[in-house]
Ligand binder design. Structure first.
Ligand SMILES: [Zn+2]
Length: 282
């Protein structure tokens, strides 16, 4: 992981997230952790409800910046990061070319970055890169593995998250091999909307093409088609969703399948309300 790309939140400054998402509270003393405000990250909320109260001291407030690599291919993740907004893409390389990385997962403020670190110290086979920056909380991979060993409710929750991540990756793999570009594009826009909680998506055609693993010209044509149906408006470096209901109808079923999977595993907004049995202090 490139630690130099992460900078700590400046004390006394509360950073407002894109789309009015949660605030990260100022840190009173640099280097001293604080308990994140409820609602910062749905998964982290549930984890903190189940973990011993002192475990919150392991957390560190950071800022994710666009373009920053949080998990590097071939390296053991040093941290697990909980975004409080923004968007992080999980990319897998399909060949030696510079543009050969394809997106296999999107991570938002109900997720974590660095799931492979929950399972051990093996190097990651993927890269996680910040697409839209936001404040976040991170914890060392060693600290979260210690929590999993000592606190069964926390281990159960995090393994449930890993399972959900696998199911999503399987669904996207099927989507990429079976569904038309137009339908995949609609699915991708809806997924980005769900993570960013905004109808305005700050992405260029180039970026979308790279995430979907197709040529830019193909994405431009597909965007023009769905723009002609007044589902979106595409301008330089930005896509506005105009009619989400019709966009869902135009998308393949994968977006709905992923959302259903998250509901079944209580790993979306509902997770914040899920009762996590607490673990006695270890
Ligand atoms: Zn699909």
């Amino acid at each position: 992981m490139n630690e130099t790309n992460i900078r700590l939140c400046i004390p006394e400054v509360s950073a407002t997230l894109l789309n009015g998402a949660a605030l990260v509270a100022p840190r009173d003393v640099p280097g001293v952790a604080h308990r994140p405000p409820p609602g910062s990250n749905g998964l982290l909320d549930a984890l903190l409800r189940g973990a011993p109260p002192s475990w919150a001291e392991e957390l560190e407030a950071v800022t994710m910046t666009a373009g920053e690599t949080l998990v590097q291919t071939g390296a053991t993740p040093a941290y697990v990061t909980f975004p409080t907004g923004g968007l992080v893409s999980v990319l897998v390389r399909s060949g030696p070319a510079a543009n050969a990385e394809v997106e296999v997962a999107m991570v938002g403020r109900h997720d974590l970055v660095g799931a492979s670190a929950l399972l051990g110290t093996d190097p990651a086979s993927h890269r996680a890169v910040v697409q839209v920056g936001a404040p976040a909380y991170r914890v060392s991979a060693a600290a979260i593995r210690r929590l999993m060993e000592s606190c069964p409710p926390a281990r159960a929750l995090l393994l449930r998250y890993v399972r959900m991540s696998l199911e999503e990756a399987y669904q996207i793999a099927a989507c990429n091999s079976r569904h038309s570009l137009e339908k995949r594009l609609c699915r991708w826009l809806l997924q980005a909307h769900q993570r960013l909680e905004s109808d305005t998506l700050p992405f260029t055609h180039d970026h979308i093409a790279q995430m979907l693993g197709v040529r830019r010209a193909s994405v431009t044509v597909a965007l023009h088609i769905i723009e002609g149906e007044r589902l979106i408006r595409s301008t330089r470096g930005r896509v506005d969703l105009l009619d989400r209901a019709r966009l869902q109808n135009a998308a393949c079923d994968c977006c709905g399948a992923i959302a259903h999977n998250r509901r079944v595993l209580s790993l979306d907004g509902g997770l914040e309300r899920a009762a996590a049995p607490s673990c006695t202090p270890c």
